[in-house]
Design a protein. Sequence first.
Length: 281
Amino acid sequence: MANKTWLITGTSTGFGRSLATLLAQKPDLNLVATARHTDQLDYLDQYDHGQIQKLTLDVTKRDEIDQVVKQVNDRFGSIDVLVNNAGLGYFGTFEESDRDTVQYMFNVNVWGLADMSRAVLPTMRKQRSGAIVNFSSIAGLHSFPTLSFYNGTKYAVEGMSESLAQEVKDLNIKVLLIEPSGFRTDWAGRSSQKTLPATPDYQQFTDSIKQSNAAAHHEAGDPNAAAEIIYDLVTNNYDQLPLRLPLGKFASDMAIDKYTKSLAEFKQLRDLSVSADQPEK
């Protein structure tokens, strides 16, 4: 049996780097590690015995996406797991967020993920197998102040992934949403831009935005542990792969809290909701 091929975006830092480091040491799979600057992937060289491919990729450029998919298929003949990890964060109030910065974040977090997935789907459909692992966030389930547009990107990822999972179910293609809380990556630091409130009405949020920098690399989550969990689920639990996986105690607590409260509210509003329909004849 041919080795499985994993294609990961954004492997220079964070979750992508942890997962790439783990996979690079597995002799029974091929690893395609991508980044905007492949000189940041030198950490993989010590593990390379001919099963690693490092490729330049900016997920906002569809021509680069198409070229990467072609190169992977030409070299390894398959794409068995796509990990859409590349992403950005942004802190700022809804009213004061910078429009261009937010637009670029949507291009990376939403359209980059969508275009990557659409590019690999023909290969996976032909194989009648494959897993698409989309990095969402607990912020894709639970909204937080000063993260409105980041929340928006991750809610979009959640909605698209849930629909895609239903469309490809009969093709033996799986979709897995990863929903981390705070992990020791660069997300809250280097990988997030921040706009401090200028309006007095929003000054209460200034300290929390500033503290996100100080909290970077002190979070509870361990990205290496997350990598092990993802690898094990996709490799050993493919047939029962869950759609959603909150990672970290805070993520799990927030997910349970969100759905518990939402369910209670939906039940409370049940009669009012149903009254909007025309009477059954």
